[in-house]
Every structure is written in C-alpha cells, then in structure tokens.
Design a protein around this ligand. Structure first.
Ligand code: UD1
Ligand code: MG
Length: 381
C-alpha cells in the first residue's frame, strides 16, 4: 500500500525534500511525506481483528486493550494533523498527552511501587500495588493493617502510630493521580524523543525496529522466566501490540532506508512512540523501557537548551552535507547525530545511520545486562 498511497499524498502536495542531499539531483526530488499513516492504519486493523481470535467477551483485558488502541488511533490522527498543518513546536509537545487520555482514564491495572525499607514494617509488605487504592475503603483497610502492626510493635496504641498512618494515607491518594501523570509524561517522552532523533534516511523507523525487537525479546524472556500467570499475561499483552508494530515498521523501513523513496512523517514517529509507551505501561516495565530509550534520553538532554529556548532552535537541526565528498559533517546544533559526527568525524548518511542504530542496539544489550546483574532474569519493574 505504501507506493499506492505515495502517489496520493504527492497529488495533495504532501512531500518533503531530502535535506541531506541538497546540491545533488536527488535533493530536488519531491519525496512523498507521512507514509506512517499507511502502516499506522494497517497496524490498527490487525490489532482490532486480533481480539476476535484471542479474547473471550468477558476478558478483563478488553477494556485496557481497546483503551490502548484508542490512544494509538488518536495519536495517529494528531500526528497526521501535525504533518498537514505543521503545528508550532510547543503545541506539538502537548499532542501526545491528549492522545494518551483514553488509556489514562481507563487504566485500573497495576501501579506497583516498591516500599522504602523503613516503611516496610508499617505497611506489612515490600511492594505496594497503588491500583488497589482507588477507593478509600481500600486505603482504610491497609491503614488498619499498618496501624495494628504498629500497635503490636509498641505494645499499645500510640500517637506516633496514628501520625505515621496519616502520612501514608496522603501519599496513597497522591500516588493515584501521580501514576496517571507519570503515564502521560512517558507518552510525551516516547513520542517526541523518537521524533527529534531524526533527519537521516531510515533513522526514525530504524530506531523503532531496534527498540521494538528488544521489547519483544524482553517479553519472551519474562514469560519464560516467570510462573505468575498475571505477570505472563501482561507480557503476552505487550507482545500482541509490539509484534504488529515491528512487522509494519519493517515494511516502512524497506521504503525509508537510504536512499529514501518515502518519508515517514510525524504520523509515524508519534504512532511508534505511543505504541511503545502503551506496551511499557500495560506490560508493567516502563523503567526497563526507558533504558531501551537510552540514546533518545541522551539526544533529549543534548537538545534541552534548544528545546526550551535558551539557544535558538532552527526548523531543522541537521548535519551539513558536502556535495563534493558526499559526507555529512556535524553542526553546532545539540543533537546526538551532530554530537556523534563531531566525535567520530564526517560520515556518509547511510553509514552514520547504521552506526547510530548499532549504538541503539548496544544500549539495549546494556539494558539486558543491567537487569541481569540487578535481578537475575527474574521479574523487575
Ligand atoms: C524534527 C527535528 C528537526 C529535524 C527533523 C527531521 C527537533 C526539535 N526537530 O523535526 O531538527 O530536522 O525532525 O525529520 O529536533 N527529512 C530529511 N531526511 C530524512 C527525514 C526527514 O531530509 O531522512 C526532512 C524532509 O524535508 C522532511 C522533513 O525533514 O520533509 C520532515 O520533518 P518533520 O518530521 O516534520 O520535522 P520535525 O519532526 O518537526
Ligand atoms: Mg518528525
């Protein structure tokens, strides 16, 4: 469908010029833009049909699964709006937080946090599931438990025990909406960080392919390592969404790889980022997900001065192309692409993209090692 849709988007003047080929005949070719819309729609059709084969009507997963699909669908719409209208940068940043709303409102799953050691004796457990504190009666029940433990410890009811329990209540209520805020911010980060680690043929889709593969491996490993049914289900759920993301992205990559015959548009970067944020949240491994995003975190940190207006931010923060040598040289703009070029010297667009994808893959290996040394192959949030 990508070549077919390419003809249609060109007809409606949805195209871009390949900036890193400026000065060559290739740089004057109109490259069809926003082909992410095609793979996004194929993804949705697959993910929607999949329910018929995997879920029974009374499945608890259906609510969250459909909320996830609504958020992804909303994100594709807003990404396409951005491509067509070219909305200002500040508005762009907010779009994912709007698209994440369906998931945030429907989310009633695990919100596990690890209790700091000094509090463990009061709460009576090491890990707390904040998802169960959505109602006050649940909070009261846990507090009663905490209180009786405290009383047992002191030998009699005491003012200190009451005070500690009051503090706990406040932190529980805050954590309820704070977890939703955290999910919203994660969606904003995942989408935008992929969108701004861009500008080389194949980089937007390439990084998604690497991260999605790492997510898939992680899920399979967790299912293999655990005997907890619910835990396995969360990771299986994540596979249901990551697998079609990986497959559709590979199709897009074959057209977007150097030299690109199509551009993916913000439709794609937002769609891919949102899908990965959603699987991280619903699979309960958002912390691991952020380590898979290590190069994106680095790119974001390098970008902070320009993103927040301390330094002037041009429309495109790309390296400089030298038509004589055919190589890219790093510019002063704060991106990982420029940073890499300035450290390792000029490179061709294709080899630079391959280098950056290898860095991404190394980051994922580092994440697997970190998890292994921290917790063995067992579960860890
Ligand atoms: C983000 C980056 C911007 C970068 C751009 C490239 C920030 C704040 N913004 O902007 O610095 O220049 O992505 O995608 O970091 N293009 C190429 N070759 C490619 C891919 C894109 O030349 O391999 C050009 C094309 O002209 C294309 C345009 O970039 O039409 C798409 O840019 P868009 O995705 O709209 O830019 P932003 O996401 O706003
Ligand atoms: Mg973009």
């Amino acid at each position: 469908m990508i070549p077919v849709a390419s003809r249609y988007v060109l007809k409606r003047s949805l195209f871009g010029f390949d900036i890193n080929k400026k000065g060559t005949p290739q740089g004057t070719v109109k490259v069809p833009e926003s082909l992410g819309i095609v793979v996004g729609l194929v993804f949705l059709v697959l993910a929607i049909l999949f329910q018929y084969f995997n879920f029974t009507a009374d499945s608890n997963w259906l609510v969250e699964y459909n909320a996830a699909l609504a958020s992804i669908c909303f994100m594709i719409l807003l990404g396409f709006v951005d491509d067509v209208l070219d909305v200002p940068w500040r508005v762009k940043l907010l779009l994912p937080s709007i698209a994440a709303l369906p998931l945030l409102m429907a989310y009633a799953g695990h919100t596990t946090i690890i209790i700091p050691k000094p509090l463990v004796s009061y709460v009576g457990q090491e890990v707390l599931d904040l998802g169960c504190f959505l109602s006050y009666s649940d909070i009261n029940l846990t507090l009663m438990k905490a209180y009786s433990l405290k009383v047992l410890e002191f030998g009699s009811p005491s003012q200190q025990a009451v005070y500690l329990c009051k503090e706990l209540t406040d932190s529980f209520v805050v954590a309820g909406w704070m977890y939703k805020l955290y999910m919203g911010l994660l969606a904003v980060f995942c989408t935008n960080s992929i969108n701004i680690h861009a500008g080389l043929n194949g980089l937007e889709v390439g990084q998604t392919v690497v991260i999605a593969s790492a997510i898939l491996i992680h899920n399979i490993m967790q299912i293999g390592a655990s005997s907890d049914t619910e835990y396995k289900q969360a990771h299986a759920f994540s596979i249901y969404l990551v697998q079609p993301l990986l497959a559709t992205s590979l199709a897009l990559l074959s057209y977007n790889w150097y030299p690109s015959s199509v551009f993916v548009g913000d439709t794609y970067t937002y769609f891919a980022g949102m899908t990965m944020a959603v699987v991280g949240i619903l699979g309960h491994y958002s912390e691991t997900l952020l380590i898979f995003f290590l190069p994106q975190v680095l790119n974001f940190l390098l970008s902070v001065p320009q993103l927040f207006g301390f330094v002037k931010c041009p429309r495109h923060r790309l390296p400089r192309y030298n038509p004589e040598t055919g190589l890219l040289t790093g510019t002063r703009d704060g991106t990982l692409v420029n940073f890499y070029l300035r450290i390792f010297g000029p490179k061709s667009e294709k080899s630079l993209c391959i280098h950056l994808l290898l860095v991404q893959a190394l980051g994922c290996c580092f994440c697997f090692m970190l998890r292994y040394f921290l917790a063995g192959w067992d579960k860890l949030p």
